[in-house]
Design a protein around this ligand. Structure first.
Ligand code: SF4
Length: 712
């Protein structure tokens, strides 16, 4: 029996795992006691990882060879890599010649490794010259990115997991880490219990419309009305200003823009904010006092802030509170966004997104484009394209017929993107859809003209970066099944063939022929940037374990301790954002406020977690949760089948009454697509309205109608 250290492929906590195997088959997994994210702990999903490994999972659940269909409506046929690649190259060249490079789009994933991101980015921008490459991280973290950049000057979470343990007050807002980031939550629970046991005091404030498992532990639960987060933050800041719970020295020395924000929040008295949010005013005052006057206050936040048409404003309003009270740049304090996916952060670092370039560069900046072109070894006449379509906009462009070819990797947009009617129409309208996947038979596979089998967790080499900026190695323990290949390798072979046609006689940008070589190129792109990792190497990661960036001479546990921020003035910025309503609002026709949420033991579209029967023991299937009074008023009973309807789609699900859901609200787990349900999938109900700054869609709010399915 052998052991290989790697990283869990699920959430952004980024736990280290030890894979037990015999070189051919993965037989077990346990937490890595040396990994600083988890010190040996794993949650239920992590503990069951070996049960998702081939050949433990049914053979039919892995995509094992390239599949090509001769035409729409025809069954895909197994082909070899040579035929698959030749067809792919031919189609991309045909579409590019007929419609231009901008007719080609890439939709990739925060579950790819950083090395895979680097390969896709070069293929799209340097070889095909299309600007349209975006990632499903757009659905998860893009508002955190724009929030950090607007307020602090860089997309860099300033905190570490050790801050969770050192904080005296933790504000969890728009997150349910007890279920979505379980190992980090265990660290918070343990630290809180230890502090309380020795009489040191600890405050936990949870802001969430639902009484979640995280809220159950809280000293104070602010059950705000969905979408009212900015009003709450402005009200908290107003209370701090009124009471003098401020850090005037920090504001004076290290920030700018406070006067404009003060003018804005003057209107947001605690009374008005509390009324808007639907919480007791006294609770708002209490939260403000605890947060501002505790020696060290930390906030943890995730999709509840990010997946919103006001996503960036929610992030900056929270950061305002930290800046005004001096709760930043010291141990146990700071605004700490939790990443959803295992490598959402790596995608941001390597710039594999429509609004980013490698090393946190900006595609709207011609100098940054020229720097990246030079780093990639492009000729002086080979300019890189500017910014491209973001995730939902990419599919909207495809639905309009502007995107003709879509290359989708390691994600399942026919289930996970909002407004499924539009997404499926877009996939139908594309002339050519390529799906690069490890798992067979996802909803998107039904639309794919060509399917390419990818290696997955336990079968490939590379790196990921977790929520606390820590880069961990991902290692292969066993070979991929049948003809499956690592993603970077699939991309490189197609890119080399395309270069022969599109860049004949020029030095290849794909001379890099290993994950380590791709990562070294990525490392070099960060030199002198805020995320500089020029002091790191695979060898150092292998010898000394996972490391946090920036890393020049050594790791940085915490950012902004010197009070200097990476803005032109060196000061952090207060951002004065007005309170805006959600894109949709409950109405007589659609009276319920729908929020999509996550289950403890499932992951995204369940391609991996759905392969483990034991992970359905916690929650066996999707149900719509309503408050018992709402059910009673409509004469609906527990277990009854309901027809759920929004302005875009409908589905049928059983009712479960639950007093933890707010009155007038509806809670629905996001994991199920149309293929699993009698009606449409969950995301047939959601919509693609987006934050204007981050372009992140508002997956956390839709107006819903609910009726008994027995009614005609
Ligand atoms: Fe994996 Fe996240 Fe669970 Fe850790 S907390 S074992 S990273 S799913």
């Amino acid at each position: 029996m052998r052991e290989t250290k790697s990283t869990c492929p699920y959430c952004g906590v980024g736990c280290g795992v030890v894979i037990e195997h015999d070189g051919a088959q993965i037989t077990g997994v346990r937490g890595d006691p040396d990994h600083p994210a988890n010190f040996g702990r794993l949650c239920t999903k992590g503990t069951n990882l070996h049960r998702t490994a081939t050949p433990v999972v049914l053979q039919g659940q892995r995509l094992r060879q390239p599949l090509l269909r001769a035409g729409r409506g025809q069954a895909p046929q197994a082909v070899g890599w040579d035929e698959a690649n030749a067809h792919l190259v031919r189609e991309l060249l045909r579409i590019r010649a007929a419609h231009g490079p901008e007719a080609i789009g890439f939709y990739i994933s925060g579950q790819l490794l950083t090395e895979d991101y680097c390969a896709f980015n070069k293929l799209a921008r340097a070889v095909l010259k299309t600007p349209h490459i975006d990632s499903n991280s757009r659905l998860c973290m893009s508002s955190a990115v724009t929030g950090y950049k607007q307020s602090l000057g860089a997309d860099a979470p300033p905190c570490s997991y050790t801050d969770v343990e050192q904080a005296d007050c933790v504000l969890v807002t728009g997150a349910n880490p007890a279920w979505a980031h379980p190992v980090l939550f265990r660290r918070l629970e343990a630290a809180r219990a230890a502090k309380l046991a020795r009489g040191a005091g600890h405050k936990l404030i949870v802001v969430d419309p639902r009484r979640t498992e995280t809220a159950e532990l809280a000293d104070l639960h602010l059950a705000i009305q969905p979408g009212t987060d900015v009003a709450l933050m402005h009200g908290l800041l107003h209370a701090c200003i009124w009471q003098g719970w401020m850090d005037a020295a920090h504001i004076e020395a290290h920030t700018e823009g406070f006067a404009a924000l003060k003018d804005l929040v003057r209107e947001w008295t605690p009374a008005r904010a509390a009324k808007t949010c639907g919480v007791p005013e006294a609770d708002l005052w209490r939260a403000a006092e605890w947060f501002a006057t505790s020696p060290r206050s930390l906030s943890l936040y995730c999709q509840g802030l990010n997946q919103s048409s006001s996503g960036t404003a929610k992030n900056t309003a929270l950061i305002n509170l930290h800046l005004a009270t001096g709760q930043i740049g010291k141990a146990g304090a700071g605004p700490f966004s939790l990443t959803g996916q295992p490598n959402a952060m790596g995608g941001r670092e390597s710039g594999g997104m429509a609004t980013l370039l490698p090393g946190h560069r900006d595609p709207t900046n011609p100098e940054h484009r020229a720097e990246v072109a030079a780093l990639w070894g492009l000729g002086a006449d080979e300019a890189l394209p500017g910014p491209g379509h973001t995730a939902v906009a990419l599919f909207e462009a495809a639905a309009r017929g502007e995107i003709k070819a879509l290359w989708i990797a390691c994600t399942n947009p026919a289930q996970s993107l909002p407004d499924q009617a539009l997404v499926r129409a877009a996939l139908e309208r594309c002339e050519f859809v390529v799906l690069q996947e490890a798992f067979a038979g996802t909803a998107t596979a039904a639309f794919a003209d060509l399917q390419l089998p990818a290696a997955t967790w336990g079968e490939k080499e590379g790196t990921v970066t977790n929520s606390e900026r820590r880069i961990s190695r991902v290692r292969a323990a066993v070979p991929p099944p049948a003809l499956a290949r690592p993603d970077w390798q699939v991309v490189r072979e197609v890119a080399l063939a395309l270069e022969a046609e599109l860049r004949p006689g020029r030095p290849s940008v794909f001379a890099t022929d290993s994950p380590e070589a791709l990562w070294n190129e990525h490392r070099d792109s960060t030199r002198g940037r805020d995320l500089d990792i020029s002091g790191l190497s695979y060898a150092l990661l292998d010898a000394q374990g996972p490391q946090q960036w920036p890393f020049v001479d050594g790791p940085r546990e915490r950012l902004y301790e010197d009070g200097r921020y990476p803005t032109p003035s060196g000061r952090a910025r207060f951002v004065a954002s007005p309170v805006r309503p959600t894109a949709e609002r409950a109405s007589a026709a659609f009276p319920f406020q729908l929020t999509t949420t996550r289950l403890r033991d499932q992951w995204h579209g369940m391609s991996r977690s759905g392969a483990v029967p034991g992970l359905f023991a916690h929650e066996g299937g999707p149900v719509l949760r309503l408050h018992p009074q709402d059910a009673e008023r409509r004469r609906l009973v527990n277990g009854e089948l309901l027809r759920l309807r929004t302005a875009r789609g409908a589905t049928v699900l059983p009712l479960q009454t639950d007093a933890r859901v707010g009155l007038g609200q509806a809670d629905l787990p996001m994991h199920w697509g149309a293929e699993f349900l009698a009606g449409d999938g969950i995301n047939a109900l959601t919509h693609g309205a987006r934050c204007p700054d981050s372009q992140q869609p508002e997956l956390k709010f839709a107006a819903l109608d609910v009726a008994s399915a027995a009614l005609p």
